[in-house]
Design a protein around this ligand. Structure first.
Ligand code: PGA
Length: 252
């Protein structure tokens, strides 16, 4: 059943990098190799999207880290789906916990952004995940289901072919405190179950669910063995060229 879902490893650079680092990381990805069964997408900050897309080999996808809901207009500081399409950028990360927590993006706004991006033809990595307090209170599934419902309520079943979910527990992001394979698998299974019950069995079976939160070359080999883990969204380790290649190679 897992065979139809191609393993995906995303690299989220967040607000890090320079032209020099872009050169280093692109060179490593252009020269590196990994299994044909693994898809790679990297998300540099928007000022570097064009440099990355025009120097990286075409099999590796490039993603923005956020976009606004409109195509153009008086939205100072924002970027749009139309600009991504103009730059041949086919992916966008939406609803990252840093967008939710620091920039106060609501579930509803994230849902709207995902729907608009999909309708504009982009592939979306849609993020969800609970805080430590929410997990400790036993509310993990409630929080994650609420976040996914806000997205699903604005999508048709067909739209899901453009959506990848990233389960990223907030307590694991940038903390070095990676979820155990079992914790991640449990959450992914719940999410897939939610999709089966609320969207369709087909969408549940075909939608990729990535795990994110302190993924490293050390943790990736065991995490990737879990049945419902279909890839990773890697932050800090995606800025280290050799470690990111090791993570790509943790899946054969
Ligand atoms: P991290 O970040 O790997 O540095 O924990 C992951 C993410 O936020 O996507």
């Amino acid at each position: 059943m897992t065979s139809s879902r191609k393993f995906l490893v995303g690299g989220n650079w967040k607000m890090n990098g320079s032209r020099q680092l872009v050169e280093t990381l692109v060179k490593a990805l252009n020269e590196g190799s990994w299994s044909n069964n693994v898809e790679c997408v990297i998300a540099p900050p928007s000022p570097y999207l064009h440099q990355v897309r025009s120097t990286l080999r075409s099999e590796v996808g490039v993603s923005a880290q956020n976009i606004w809901t409109e195509a153009k207009g008086a939205y100072t500081g924002e970027i749009s789906h139309e600009m991504l399409t103009d730059l041949s950028i086919k992916w966008v990360i939406l609803g990252h916990s840093e967008r939710r927590a620091i920039f106060k993006e609501s579930d509803e706004l994230v849902g709207k952004k995902v729907a608009n991006a999909v309708k504009a033809g982009l592939n979306v990595i849609a993020c969800c995940g609970e805080t430590e307090a929410e997990r400790d209170a036993g509310n993990t599934t409630e929080v994650v289901f609420r976040q996914i419902k806000a997205i699903a309520s604005q999508l048709s079943a067909a739209d899901w072919s453009k959506v990848v979910i990233a389960y990223e527990p907030v307590w694991a992001i940038g903390t070095g405190k990676v979820a155990t394979p079992q914790q991640a698998q449990d959450a992914h299974k719940e999410i897939r179950g939610w999709l089966a019950a609320n969207v369709s069995k087909e969408v549940a079976d075909s939608t990729r669910i990535l795990y994110g939160g302190s993924v490293s070359a050390k943790s990736s080999p065991d995490l990737q063995k879990e049945q419902d883990i279909d890839g990773f969204l890697v932050g800090g380790a995606s800025l280290k060229d050799q470690e990111f290649l090791q993570i790509l190679n943790s899946r054969l």
